[in-house]
Write a protein that binds this ligand. Structure first.
Ligand SMILES: *C/C=C(C)/C=C/C=C(C)/C=C/C1=C(C)CCCC1(C)C
Length: 240
């Protein structure tokens, strides 16, 4: 019996064939790493004015690949991934804000605008971490995080950055429009994951997704991080 048990535990050590979440950690890791190689290789095909944007895309997926490497093992070992997740986001989400600044810089975007976007995204993530890790109340901090998210999305849709994108026009406006849709729709995946994984008034509504927080976050990361990079790549190759 003892032998049988240890045999079973050897079988499920590593990637458990019946664990969908584990699969998304492994595929997420591979996809993020591959995307980074692609974005770096593509730098040689684009005009020099787009090289920094391409490099930032590669950094976003590269930082994610590193954290997926560890989250994958943590998940396989049955431990929580919250801290790795938020260290990843606190680096990659501000870099996504930098992407907005970089594509609008020629149209006159200021450093101040960049820091406003970075500040709001940091507030959103720090509040989310406090609520999700249990340091503070999940509903209160989730709401604070949600407010910062709405202000950030509102700025991108209706504020000064939108005016700059209109002024730039052409391929820059097209890329900007795609990226702001990612923020509105792609980023909205995350609060769903949060509500699936924390306790609050919403627990009954999201009970069908209970326990699926990591799965939802992994889908969000693949869509948003690789999607953002591809929008930038498309802009860089179409606008010489
Ligand atoms: C690559 C990682 C990205 C784009 C992560 C984005 C994360 C968010 C937009 C998280 C938002 C949250 C809320 C709006 C409320 C609940 C707490 C968060 C942090 C999950």
């Amino acid at each position: 019996m003892e032998n049988l048990l240890s045999f079973t535990s050897i079988l499920v050590d590593g990637l458990n064939p019946t664990d969908a979440v584990a699969f998304t950690f492994w595929t997420g890791y591979a996809a993020m790493a591959a995307a980074s190689v692609f974005f770096i290789a593509a730098m040689s095909q684009v005009d020099s004015k787009w090289k920094t944007s391409m490099l930032v895309s590669a950094l976003i997926t590269g930082i994610a690949a590193l954290h997926y490497y560890y989250m994958r093992d943590a998940h396989d070992a049955g431990t929580i991934t919250t801290a790795y997740r938020y260290v990843d986001w606190i680096l990659t989400v501000p870099l996504m804000c930098v992407e907005f600044y970089l594509i609008l810089a020629k149209a006159g975007a200021t450093k101040k605008l960049m820091w406003q976007l970075i500040g709001l995204s940091t507030l959103m993530l720090v509040a989310g971490y406090v609520g999700e890790s249990g340091i503070g109340d999940a509903v209160i901090y989730g709401t604070l995080s949600g407010i910062a998210y709405f202000v950030l999305a509102g700025m991108l849709w209706f504020g000064n950055p939108q005016a700059l994108a209109n002024k730039a026009g052409g391929a820059v406006l097209e890329a900007y429009t795609a990226l702001k849709w990612f923020v509105l729709v792609g980023w909205a995946i995350y609060p769903i994951g949060y509500m699936a994984g924390t306790e609050g008034w919403y627990s009954d509504i999201f009970s069908g997704l209970s326990g699926q927080m990591d799965l939802i976050y992994n889908i969000g990361d693949a869509v948003n991080k690789i999607g953002f990079g591809l929008v930038i790549y498309n802009l860089a190759v179409s606008s010489k």
